[in-house]
Design a protein around this ligand. Structure first.
Ligand code: HEC
Ligand code: HEC
Length: 220
């Protein structure tokens, strides 16, 4: 829990640029976050309690079955996806089936509070890909395959697949989730209007998708 709290503070500092804040100030900031978050979760709509999410997304948001890990995900990305899911822009099958209903009554403030909460939880790697494909996946991740028009992922998702600002962390997400997302963009499903991902994914074949999803599932 203390690690989670430090992560909240860390994220908070990065977001607000309050780099000079000392430890004592952090504690106050943490209390402020907790205090401002509670009324929203206990608010009248009552739909946004953490348990409504962890019921599917697993204990501490670590992911469960088809619901992806939320722990450690970029807060801007989580908030943006919640908006896309609410507006039905993100229209792939599991999103329709599970998430459209789950966020139907979620206001922007609750969405933001939940995004900050889940982003601050420590992520654990799923480690469920094919180990034999991980090296190849790593090479594609870092270098792309220029002759096949496959771009490197590294430039946008970061050297260790940790994400940056609104670009999601990929490291340690579950193999089947990553594979599904990469396949679905190639099949014409979309999540963001101006997302580069449908274009990126169109060039990936089944072998590249398996290798990338395997590699990423092991990244800590
Ligand atoms: C009934 C089960 C269910 C519930 C309840 C649920 N989710 Fe989900 N959620 C899913 C599934 C399944 C997906 C994966 C959709 C896909 O494959 O694209 C998902 C996807 C997401 C994503 C996209 C993650 C990513 O990496 O792109 C976010 C963010 C999310 N859920 C947040 C929440 C929050 C916050 C709540 C609580 C308000 C919640 N979910 C409640 C099942 C659920
Ligand atoms: C030009 C920048 C850019 C490049 C290059 C890029 N991505 Fe992305 N990626 C994004 C953005 C922005 C999003 C979030 C928008 C969205 O989901 O549509 C995203 C989302 C994703 C997601 C969804 C994660 C989740 O939690 O659902 C996956 C998986 C992904 N990218 C994999 C890759 C892989 C693999 C590569 C390399 C082959 C790659 N990306 C290259 C910008 C990029």
């Amino acid at each position: 829990m203390s690690a989670a709290i430090l992560n909240i503070a860390d994220e908070c500092m990065r977001r607000e640029g309050l780099r000079v804040m000392k430890r004592i100030g952090l504690k106050i900031a943490i209390l402020a976050i907790v205090a401002s978050a509670v009324p929203a979760w206990a608010g009248e709509s009552g739909s946004a309690s953490i348990r409504n999410c962890t019921w599917c997304h697993g204990t501490s948001g670590q992911g469960y079955m088809v619901a992806p890990r939320l722990a450690g995900q970029r807060p801007q990305y989580i908030a943006e996806q919640l908006r896309s899911l609410r507006e039905h822009t993100r229209d792939n099958p599991f999103s329709r089936q599970y998430m459209w209903g789950a966020v139907a009554a979620l206001g922007p403030r609750e969405a933001r509070d939940l995004a900050i909460y889940f982003a601050a939880l420590h992520p654990k790697a799923a480690n469920d890909g094919n180990r034999d494909l991980a090296d190849r996946g790593r090479t594609i991740y870092l270098e792309g395959i220029p002759e096949a028009n496959i771009v490197s992922c590294y430039a946008c998702h970061g050297p260790n697949a940790e994400g940056v600002r609104g670009i999601p962390r990929l490291g340690g997400l579950a193999y089947f989730y990553l594979k599904g997302r990469l396949e679905q963009w190639g099949e014409g499903y979309h999540s963001e209007r101006d997302s580069p991902m449908p274009m990126v994914a169109t060039h990936l074949g089944p072998d590249e998708i398996e290798a990338l999803a395997s590699y990423l599932s092991f990244v800590k």
